[in-house]
Design a binder for this molecule. Sequence first.
Ligand code: NOJ
Ligand code: CA
Length: 656
Amino acid sequence: MKHLLLITSMMCAAASVFAGTHSVMSPDGRIELSFSNDGGMPVYAVSVDGRDLISPSALGVVASNWKYSTVGDVTVARDSHDETWQQPWGENKMCLNRYNEMTVALPDGQMSLRFRAFNDGVAFRYELNAPVDTLVITDELTCFKFATDGESWAIPANFETYELEYRNLPLSDVPDANTPFTFRTDADVFGSVHEAALYDYPEMVLRRDSVSGALKSDLAPLPDGVKAYVLGQFTTPWRTIQIGDKAVDLINSALILNLNEPSRIADTSWIRPQKYVGIWWGMHLGTQTWTMGPRHGATTENAVKYIDFAVDNNLQGVLFEGWNEGWENWGGNQHFDYMKAYADFDIDYVADYARKRGIELWMHDETGGNIPEFEAVLDSAFAYYASLGVHTVKTGYAGGFKGGYFHHSQYGVRHYQRVVETAAKYNIMIDAHEPIKETGIRRTWPNMMTREGARGMEWNAWSEGNSADYLCTLPFVRLLSGPMDYTPGIFDINYERAKADPGRIEWNGPNGHCRIKTTLARQIANWVIIYSPLQMAADQIENYEGKEAFKFFRDFDADCDWSEALQGEIGKYIVVARRSGDRFFVGAGTNSEGRSLNLELSFLKSGVKYEAEIYSDVAGAPDKVEITRRVVTSADIINIDMAPTGGQAISFIPVR
Ligand code: NOJ
Ligand code: CA
């Protein structure tokens, strides 16, 4: 009854709704984020250098058992923030978090909107204060109405998977999209729409609204059609728009991390970046199996070989997929045993051997989407792994969730978070495949190291694969959200070893035509370009043994102090530099066109001489790499020549 009265009074009182515009400027005064009222509908707008980027666009949350009032005056509070904070690991250990804030409380105090304007973008979120125990959220009204047309890059909206090809569409033609949704307007503003701090709420995708013509938020539903059940006092994830003058500005922005809360893990000394190898690629190529049998990959014998290889090559971790019982059920009833190793994988021996050799043994938990069974044993399985000295778990969700839940629904978000928090209790780091999108929660839960969440290397084994154009789009879209376990670095790019195997299985579809769609140098460069604190050399170790080019990965460090995307155009090319301690690494990559670039070395420490080891393409021989060395300083310029689908990787090691 109260609910009904409220709606009636709103309709009658349209004339007395709050008036006026309230805005907040970025610290450099270039970006303005404003809030106003459009006939009873709260709206926001964004301008850059005085030019409209987002025209007045709807704001609001709809619940079936609650309605806030827009009648009367709003209360506006202001704040500002300027802090540099440190993370245990990340592209940049130090992050500058500087913004101006405006909080607008709607007239009845039942909802506030918190707006933040940074030099690299804007964000806002809803803070709900409803007088009910449980809110039944049925829609979110947030719209993004672009003031000009432009170009966009994103995968289509999908509540089940992010392993989709990018679409490059005019802004005005986008029917739907997932986030990050990256754009360049006709006024030459670069930006990306995403979300930050996604907890206990479904993911947001964008869908063209037939009435307003804007891209409107759409939340992944639960099986009953409701979007989320939340407490009456609830704060939604941030809705974010990163903004820059150049495409690479988006990569260099820490906006998503800055919108997350500081770490909830006090002692982070056990959280350590790693380079790793694993029994993995053979299964995707179809020469090994996850299941026990003559081609089983995760055997004790192979484990020892991989551990020894890791020791000899300055790597820290090893992963063995197919170590546990249940793989016969993958794609069937999805029953896995998370505690029981196959008989030919002596887990106590392997764990002991890894520990003695100083190597981190990873566990792999493929769930096939069987969440109830995984959750039932989660605590005891992680306690067991911890007892073996394991600090890293790769999870997987390749299969539909039981009960008709979408991967990206509130149910999924809750599950993925439960895994991260349970893992933290046992000092375990997580690498999630088929995950929920990254929204910067690694700041708050720094054991949430990396995740998949896009087409990774595996697609090259059994599909048309990932093109060089795709790889030049990835850094400007998916990677804006955070680290990715792409599993880079295949050296046998034509799969010669697999093709020579007469018993090769056609796993996951025909694989005879498959191969890596880039040059070898680009495979090496991807270790730098695609940031992951757990960075894999994904090929079988036989393909690295005796290869001089593997030195790059031996020298490389998965731990990083500083990063900068130096040059790039979306879908065309990318150049990234990183520093780990006193070493620098550069990765450059191009799309299907060959390209020549000049790289100024001004990012190097001045006054220091470095030996630059340069891994370049060889014209006409994509499977070859040329390695040259020269001594350089920060005053030098290196010419980067890349073949079509090629790249270049450079390590800079101080000359002592
Ligand atoms: C898909 C994952 O992305 C891949 O890395 C893994 O090997 C398979 N699922 C099996 O779990
Ligand atoms: Ca996958």
